[in-house]
Write a protein that binds this ligand. Sequence first.
Ligand code: NAD
Length: 366
Amino acid sequence: MKMKIGVIRGDGIGPEIVAQAQKVLDRVCEKYGHSIEYTDILMGGCSIDACGVPLTDEAIEQAKNSDAVLMGSIGGDAATSPWYRLAPELRPEAGLLRIRKALNLYANLRPAYLYRELADACPLAAKDGGRTFDLIIVRELTGGLYFGDRYTKTVDGVETAVDTLKYDENEIRRIAKTAFEIAMKRGKKVCSVDKANVLDTSRLWRKIVTEVAEDYPEVSLSHMYVDNCAMQLVLEPEQFDVIVTENMFGDILSDEASMITGSIGMLSSASLNETSFGLYEPSHGSAPDIAGKNIANPIATILSAAMMLRYTFGLTQEAEAVEKAVQRTIADGFRSVDLMPREEEAAASCTVQKCDEIGARICERL
Ligand code: NAD
């Protein structure tokens, strides 16, 4: 297969971790007889420096002309970077919101998987002695509060800010279908998360998700309020298979889910539209505090590349091979700094690896 992949290296650790994911993709091509044409796309702070804006029309076109986009991360330290002295619509993160909208990337998938070998890094697992879980959050990405009308103005002498939360039934139906389709390929359980005791948008959400469920009789559907879900994720994450929720709830819950696995450096993510196109990126940010030191964990980006092989290119065998190579690398005791066990005794049986060394260890196991 010939794959056309757009590559957004971005800022901070972005270029370092993307280089490792490309190394792994190249090894997959070598082993399974595929080829890749990469196109570099500028987005984020590096685009502000080069073009004055976080995302140009040309960059959007380049992304549209690719089968998929692999992204590192964008942004800098808000306290010190000059990018954050610009107007909000010119800052690095505005590029991300714009590309999501321009490419209609309405579904964001974030798996949260606890490797048995990393149980020590998870405070929940440590308590219970060796638990594991495997869930995925399907977050609506192009509607809701982040895209509603907003303004700040003075009303009767009082400074007032308004953000509007709106969803229509079509937006809810398509993300619900995505969640049920994913559940069919996993544990056949969907938990829909809302705040239907308070919000009208949530009541419509619940009604439409319930309707969509009728087309998937094999999948069991439950509903949960978002505040309870935040608690249940910490209390008993193994109860979940697929969680589907709206944009802001998904933003918060997926960060929570990422932390219960122990390290943010492990978690991949995919943003999909109604075609096979997807934007694949780690769940974490650009980590300016460790940029340029070759110590970042590249695994989230490598697992995002595996998601790309599975969801855009339908290459299940190749995706599984990458995931197994990651698992074996961890099982063999190779760890980036963030994954080193806290206990001295356990740490002694592991080998600290630089970012590029982790990439190399994974390639060796492919
Ligand atoms: P962050 O995720 O970049 O970093 C949080 C902490 O986790 C830091 O201590 C960092 O060193 C560590 N960390 C993150 N990724 C790591 C990795 N792969 N290996 C080892 N350690 C890792 O979050 P932040 O500091 O809040 O944000 C930094 C910048 O990233 C900000 O400009 C923010 O807006 C941006 N950001 C971008 C994205 C994106 O590109 N999608 C997502 C979140 C944040």
